[in-house]
Design a protein around this ligand. Structure first.
Ligand SMILES: *Cc1c(COP(=O)(O)O)cnc(C)c1O
Length: 365
């Protein structure tokens, strides 16, 4: 058991990991059992690493109930590279891709896609500082679009989809970076799902991509695409075209195993609902704190709130940091506070924050 002091880490990402996973990494860091080498030293062509990769994929498939006509890839370049890879691979010449502009990361995805093809912004809540998600009735979708791009959880603004938008037969491409595997997911309703690992499922350096086979086929034979940016190449080579982020894949595997042992996605969903529920209840209790996201759209992962004044917000940041709550300062575009409470964030840390908030209000209310 770890005896070192750990702060309560509310960072938006890279973010808190399960202590048991960190301890496992620590225990096996010098030599993986039965291998005699560190995960940091082992060849990606070795049987040992192949087994780690295969197990991580199998566990992800089991956890999210991924249908067999979907491929699971471990790539690099973060979610940000997916902003480019998605249109490079899926947006054909003369076609249009629809983007739901529901947050700052979606906006970045739009900007990258526009460099590569025709983009229709199907709806945008930018004018409302992305404080809510666009309604289904606000979407102007293009018939026969290449795909519709959405962001499942808006990390900066603290909004999250609880039901997927209806996009008909057009493939839905979703950036799930900040809420991947935080609850059950219907993979079959998607064409492609991507997520940087560093928020909910592991360390920085590995990006998970789940892609339906017919979408792989769109670019598989495209010789004009840079090799490393072609989904088909990575599928063909089972994420081993070049040296993959071995440590990241190993660590993601441990986090997925932790989720399975916990009871899978329904179990973590219940925990996440309870955790976020406690925090939102405190935010709504007296009106001293003010949630910035529309109530119906509130995220279970990133809880954004403000205080009565900027001066009080500065005091809150200073005093909470001193009390062992790290990373609560909100993104500058929203202001105020943001508590990122991903899967691995301990419930006791939520209780501690709620107590701190009550004390702070008493002193400064
Ligand atoms: C953090 C984040 C990104 C950017 O991820 P990188 O891996 O740093 O490129 C993209 N989209 C969302 C929703 C995010 O939260």
């Amino acid at each position: 058991m770890t005896t070192v002091h750990r702060v309560l880490n509310f960072s938006a990402g890279p973010a808190v990991l399960p202590v048991s996973v960190l301890e496992q990494i620590q225990a096996d860091l010098v030599a993986l059992p039965g291998v005699g080498m560190s995960i940091l030293e082992v060849s990606h062509r070795s049987k040992a690493f192949e087994a780690i990769l295969a197990k991580a994929e199998a566990d992800i498939r089991a956890l999210a109930n991924i249908p067999s006509n979907y491929k699971v890839l471990f790539l690099q370049g973060g979610a940000s590279l997916q902003f480019s890879m998605v249109p490079m691979n899926l947006l054909g010449a003369g076609q249009t891709a629809d983007y739901i502009d529901c947050g700052s990361w979606a906006d970045k995805a739009v900007k990258e896609a526009k460099k590569l093809g025709t983009v229709n912004v199907a709806a945008s809540t930018k004018g409302e500082n992305y404080s809510r998600l666009p309604l289904q009735s606000e979407l102007t979708l293009t018939p026969g679009a290449s795909y519709v791009h959405m962001t499942s959880n808006n990390t900066i603004e603290g909004t999250e989809y609880s039901t997927l938008p209806d996009v008909g037969d057009v493939p839905l491409v979703s950036d799930n970076s900040s809420d991947i595997f935080s609850g059950p997911i219907d993979v079959a309703k998607h064409g492609l799902i991507y997520a940087g690992a560093q928020k909910n499922i592991g360390p920085a350096g590995v990006t998970l991509v789940i892609i339906r086979e017919d979408l792989v086929a769109r670019s598989a034979g495209n010789k004009a695409l840079p090799t490393m940016l072609n989904y088909g190449v990575h599928v063909e080579n089972s994420s081993l075209y070049n040296t993959p982020p071995a440590f990241g894949i190993y660590a993601v595997g441990l986090v997925i195993k932790w989720l399975l042992d916990l009871g899978g996605l329904p179990a973590i969903a219940a925990i996440n609902q309870r955790k976020a529920g406690k925090l939102y209840a405190e935010i709504d209790r007296t009106g001293y704190y003010r949630g910035t996201a529309k109530k119906e759209d509130r995220s279970l992962m990133n809880v954004t709130f403000r205080l009565p004044s900027e001066a009080l917000e500065n005091t809150f940041v200073k005093e909470s940091t001193a009390a062992g709550f790290d990373g609560l300062k909100g993104h500058r575009s929203v202001g105020g506070m943001r508590a990122s409470i991903y899967n691995a964030f301990p419930e006791a840390g939520i209780d501690a924050l709620v107590s701190f908030m009550q004390e702070f209000e008493k002193k400064n209310g």
